[in-house]
Structure formats: structure tokens, C-alpha cells
Design a protein around this ligand. Sequence first.
Ligand code: ADP
Length: 268
Amino acid sequence: MIVVKVGGSEGIDYDAFCADIAQLVKAGKQLIVVHGGSSQTNAVAEALGHPPQFVTSPSGYTSRLTDRKTLEIFEMVYCGKMNKMIVEKLQALGVNAVGLSGIDGGLWRGKRKSAIRVVENGRKRIIRNNFTGKVEAVNTDLLTMLLEGGYVPVLTPPAISYENEAINVDGDRAAGATAIALKANTLVILSNVPGVLKNFPDEESLITDVPSSQIDHVSEHYAEGRMRIKLLGSKEAIEGGVGRVILGDARQADCVSTALAGKGTTIS
Ligand code: ADP
């Protein structure tokens, strides 16, 4: 079982991604796709007059500030535009893909964090009415039923809280939780960079291997912003029993197979 997360940042080639997924499915691989949608969400939020806002936690992780209106825009793009685009492309390639958000069938369940601590200009403050959280439980029965029926699940945030509210969760960590729950041997996380770069944005400075004991060191010394969350998700996945995590590049043909062949940053 392989869980493949494809990001939502600029430059990702979704045609190439879907073509490669189709090829792997036809070769008999059992796959689950998880996707993002951040850059499109930012564009739609701007167009709707509710520009995106990002906050940084005291431990240095950045995330999207998610009030109810942001959550609705987020759903329009992630569950609507992005999810249906990927499912449509896979269907056209002969893959019986089924798109689901973490809300559907209570697929991704977690605790809502309605008040979050953030750091602004060096000062800490608390923001309320926030709709974010973290995936704590995965409905594996639903996924197993789909996989056994020959369907390829295409999953996207948001998740759902214990009080049945939609919550924005990080896609990389949700993919990690899914890989753990399904006892996947490999988690592939594709984005618009070749992997973790020692001197971001110098693409020649790729770190090819990170032993799990070094994840924190690499995160602290080389990763900024969103890459830190990918490394956190990778660490959680490895600690949860996933054999290896590969951070690879989704801007090229055969992006999934290339990553599976070990090109990118391999964490094990
Ligand atoms: P996606 O939305 O595709 O999942 P993200 O934007 O969340 O991707 O994360 C990837 C981004 O992480 C890169 O586009 C880059 O701007 C940033 N980044 C920060 N530090 C690094 C690093 N050391 N190596 C690679 N990328 C990094």
C-alpha cells in the first residue's frame, strides 16, 4: 500500500501526476491519493474579497488562519475544483477514482482547536473562532471497502471534529495519518521542489537521505515555512510505522514512479 500526497503549490503538473498514478494502478499497485490546493485557494480567496491570512505558532509552524468564511472558500477549492479535477483526469485515464473529503463518512476525525496561540511581530496572542485541528482517527473501513471494490480514493482536507464541524487540517500530516492507519509501507509527498534543499531555493542542494533520528536537525537547520510541516508529517509517519517517506518533485513526468525509485529526499 502506497499513500501519495500531491501538493497544491504553483508549478505542479497534475496531468503528469495523474498519468503516472494511472500507470501504477494498471501495474497492480494499491494506491491512495491525497491532495492539496493552497495556491488556488489563495487566488479564489483574493477574488472573493476575503484574502488569505497566515499565522505562525510559537514553535515556528505556519498555517492558514481559518475562520468560517475561509473554511467555506477552502472547501470550494479543495473539495470542489481540485478534487474533481483530479478525479476527472483519473477517470479519463481509466482509473475508477472516488473523491472524498475528510468529512465524508467521517473519514478523518480530530479535535478542533478553536483558540490558537500565534506569534505576531515577536508577541504572542490568542486567536479564537478558528476552524483547524489535527487528524487523530482514520475511517479505515471506508477506505478498505473502496480499495477492495477496485476504486482509487482521492482524499482532501478538511477533516471533521468530534463535534461534527469541518476543520482545516494539514494535508501532509493527514496523508501521514492515513498511511499509518492503513499500515502503508511508503508515503510519497510531492511538491514543487525536488525534496528538502540544504540551501533553499538552490535545487542543486538536495538532501537525498534523512535517517529518522536526523529529521528534527534537518527541520531546524534547513527547512523553512511549509517544508517544516512536511518534515513533521514525515516524522509522525515513520514513528507510526510507515517504512519510508519520500519527498519528491511533482513538476515533471513520471513524478510518482521517480520518487518511488528513490529520487528526492528519502526519510527512513
Ligand atoms: P505543497 O502545497 O505543494 O504541499 P508547500 O508549499 O506546502 O507545498 O511546501 C513546499 C515549499 O516549502 C516549497 O515550495 C518551498 O517554498 C518551501 N521550503 C522551505 N524550506 C525548504 C527547503 N529547505 N527545501 C525545499 N523547500 C523548502
